[in-house]
Design a binder for this molecule. Structure first.
Ligand code: DGJ
Length: 730
């Protein structure tokens, strides 16, 4: 009897709790995400859009939003914040589980939430949900960055069933939109053709963006997207959403338009081949999903992400960057001590800060003279470099520059001592013929011993050479031959545990060597996500350094990442482009060279020195200022990008004529967001020695208003022609 009474009382208490609607407002200065509970205790998204001015408007929102008209024969459903499979929502779920008794449903109900101000700008909201039939809990985390208008969100999953449960969906986040039409911009590519942008209108059903490559995961599909609400995304107007997942492995975005024309966006790890066994009390943390909304197009949304990244996410986001000379395209594997010495002296002459030694410096039994051998044997190749790395660091020091080094520590060539000693450290099938990509295999980072080994690669180099200032960390293969010797019968955890192992090592390295800069590279831009960028200060956008191609590639990556995170070097990939054009393209990002200085003529050398000087003088504006993408290479035969400091006192404008048609009409380039009432001096800089500016506006002053409404006649009919223009407030 007593038991029954207690049960009744707790039922009443639950009812009381659920009958009060809880409204949770996750807001930035420009966006509101409003969640509220229904009388059933389930949590729904009641609003996501421009910030609501009046508080009571947020309170008045209903838990079910926009379905068919009230008198229609279909019952409207709510937009459940973390819907699990097996309930009345028949679309793609955020979560799916199999409990100990074989049951495959979950329904989460609101338990509590708390909001904490992290600082004047950042508010954290944590919402606890619980299934009241099975002991499974979900916590939803949201960090709202007020000024930058960014929301970062992730989820934690835990249970206390007797035995492990299997989770087969574990989204980081799910959000809903209601609009007459939805347009998706996706980014696809391959080696040397990264981030090609394409648009499509979404229709009923699903569009999935995902990767299954495991490592070097972003080679074909990039972990970000743009959504246009009501119209295709455009640079300066319209409602857009930019989203990105911070996960250095298999990710998945699902865009699903439901039966009533609403759009659901689910973001997270890719559950492909990854049913995860979760032990009682083990915490499963999903990757962070980061998004921003803008009612003024993608230009503003990208600037939100850039500012936020520099301040909160990117390693050393607010610090300066080195200009460097890399030997890869100058020598490939073909170098020795004397050749490197020459290059280091050239680096000094050029005026850069650092020399970066690329692939090919290691391996003795299996010398790394090409991509087929030596990977994994991180001992200096004595035949090539008899005095070791310390001597090279010393040589750089004598030349007055810093020294950096290339590694690819997650990988192994079967032709290596590492492979001979530890075949069990390698992801490979025990019973099938291996398939190699670039003659290499991926180490089994789910294994803690392998994590120690990979950390040890950096640790050993640093202990022996404490003055090393920079690492280029490459990752040239996706996971092939998918079998982890360490995970044994739990192969379905490989994709997740491998990436968690990689991230652990990244963290350990950053914590052990916080002042060293790290470049993320995966045979070009195959790794570019905001988790890895917590530990890496930049990423290599592409092995394709043809400046024409780079204009498109840099345009693509700039949608999500700040110029400061994007490494761009002057190379000889396209010799028919002038050295000035090549430099002007690389100077839009984190600048460097990958060229033999001696191959340039005197004028070109002089120009390069000038470019380094100009870059150093203006890099605060380029790397820390706001970026305005003025003219898209996708729309015309020209492109223009401008950077401006916060005070609006200095701007740098880059303009490029790619392959204009004969007698094509060119339009003036209109600048953006200058102070209309201030006067600005326009000066063309970065000219070849002896060349005179032919820019009509050169040396003149104009109001900001003029420069924004009438613009500068900077484009020409010349092929692969470029201009760098400095704009200074008087
Ligand atoms: C691929 C990288 O993208 C290149 O820059 C270079 O480091 C090579 N790997 C070296 O093998």
């Amino acid at each position: 009897m007593k038991k029954m009474f207690l049960m009744l009382m707790s039922f009443v208490a639950v009812l009381q709790l659920y009958s009060q609607q809880t409204v949770i407002r996750i807001g930035t200065n420009e966006t509101d995400l409003i969640l509220c509970t229904a009388p059933t205790g389930r949590l729904y998204q009641s609003y996501l859009g421009p910030r609501l001015v009046v508080n009571s408007d947020a309170e008045n929102l209903s838990y079910f939003v926009s379905g068919p008209a009230a008198d229609a024969p279909v019952t409207p459903r709510g937009w459940e914040v973390y819907p699990a499979s097996g309930a009345e929502d028949y679309f793609e779920p955020a979560f799916a589980i199999q409990h100990n008794d074989g049951n495959m449903t979950s329904i989460f109900r609101y338990v509590s939430h708390n909001q904490t101000k992290k600082d004047g700008n950042v508010t954290e909201t944590v919402i606890h949900l619980k299934d009241d039939v099975y002991p499974v809990e979900v916590s939803l985390y949201y960090l709202a960055y007020a000024k930058e208008n960014i929301i970062k969100t992730w989820t934690e999953i835990k249970h206390t069933e007797k035995k492990p449960v299997t989770i087969s969906r574990y989204a980081s986040n799910m959000i809903y939109f209601e609009s007459p039409a939805y347009y998706l911009t996706e980014f696809s590519g391959d080696w040397a053709s990264e981030v090609r942008m394409s648009n499509q209108q979404l229709q009923f059903g699903k569009k999935v963006l995902e990767t299954k490559l495991g490592s070097r995961a972003a080679m074909h599909c990039y972990p970000f997207f743009e959504l246009g609400l009501g119209q295709e995304v455009s640079e300066n107007q319209g409602d857009v959403v930019l989203g990105t997942i911070a996960w250095t492995g298999n990710f998945q975005f699902t865009f699903e338009i439901d039966n009533v024309g609403n759009l659901r966006v689910i973001s997270g790890m890719n559950p492909y081949a990854s049913n995860y066994e979760l032990k009682p009390n083990e915490l499963f943390t999903t990757p962070e999903f980061i998004f921003t909304m803008s009612d003024q197009g993608t230009g503003k949304a990208s600037r939100n992400l850039h500012k936020w990244a520099r301040k909160y996410q990117l390693k050393d986001g607010e610090k300066d960057r080195y200009v460097l000379l890399n030997n890869w395209e100058a020598t490939y594997f073909n170098f020795d001590e004397a050749r490197l010495e020459v290059l280091m002296n050239e680096a000094k002459e050029l005026g850069v800060d650092l020399f970066l030694l690329d692939d090919g410096w290691f391996g003795n039994k299996h010398p790394r003279v090409g991509a087929h051998a030596g990977l994994g044997d991180w001992e200096v190749m004595r035949s090539k470099l008899p005095n070791g790395i310390p001597h090279l660091v010393e040589t750089a020091k004598k030349a007055g520059i810093k020294f950096g080094i290339w590694i690819e520590p997650e990988m192994v060539n079967p032709k290596s001592e590492l492979y001979e000693k530890h075949p069990d450290w390698v992801i490979q099938l025990p019973n099938r013929k291996p398939y190699y990509y670039r003659s290499q295999l991926v180490l089994d980072l789910a294994n803690p011993k392998v994590q120690d080994f990979v950390f040890g690669v950096v640790d050993k180099i640093m202990k022996e050479n404490p003055e090393i200032a920079f690492f280029k960390w490459d990752c040239n293969s996706m996971i092939t031959n998918i079998y982890s010797p360490y995970l044994k019968e739990k192969q379905n955890q490989l994709y997740i545990d491998h990436v968690r192992g990689v991230t652990n090592v990244f963290k350990r390295v950053r914590d052990a060597y916080p002042d060293v800069e790290f470049m993320l590279c995966a045979g070009g831009g195959g790794r570019c996500d905001y988790e890895a960028l917590k530990y890496f200060s930049e990423f290599w956008c592409s092995d394709n350094t043809d400046p024409v191609e780079r204009l498109y590639i840099q345009w693509g990556f700039s949608q999500i990442f700040p110029a400061k995170a994007m490494a761009a070097h002057v190379t000889s990939w396209n010799r028919s482009a002038s050295i000035k054009f090549r430099a002007d393209v690389a100077m839009m990002c984190k600048f460097g060279f990958d060229i033999s200085f001696a191959d340039l003529n005197e004028k070109e050398q002089e120009f390069c020195k000038l470019a380094v000087k100009n870059y150093n003088r203006l890099k605060k504006v380029i790397l820390d200022g706001d970026q305005y993408r003025l003219v898209s290479p996708y729309d015309t035969n020209h492109t223009a990008v401008m950077y401006m400091n916060e005070e609006k006192s200095k701007a740098v404008l880059f303009t490029y004529d790619i392959f204009p048609r004969f007698s094509e009409k060119v339009f003036p380039v209109k600048l953006q967001n200058l102070d209309p009432n201030r006067r600005y001096k326009v000066e063309e800089i970065n000219l070849m020695p002896g060349a005179k500016s032919r820019l009509k506006a050169n040396g003149k002053t104009y109001t900001g208003d003029y420069l924004m409404k009438i613009g500068i006649e900077a484009f020409t009919g010349g092929k692969m022609n470029s201009r760098m223009i400095e704009i200074t407030a008087e």
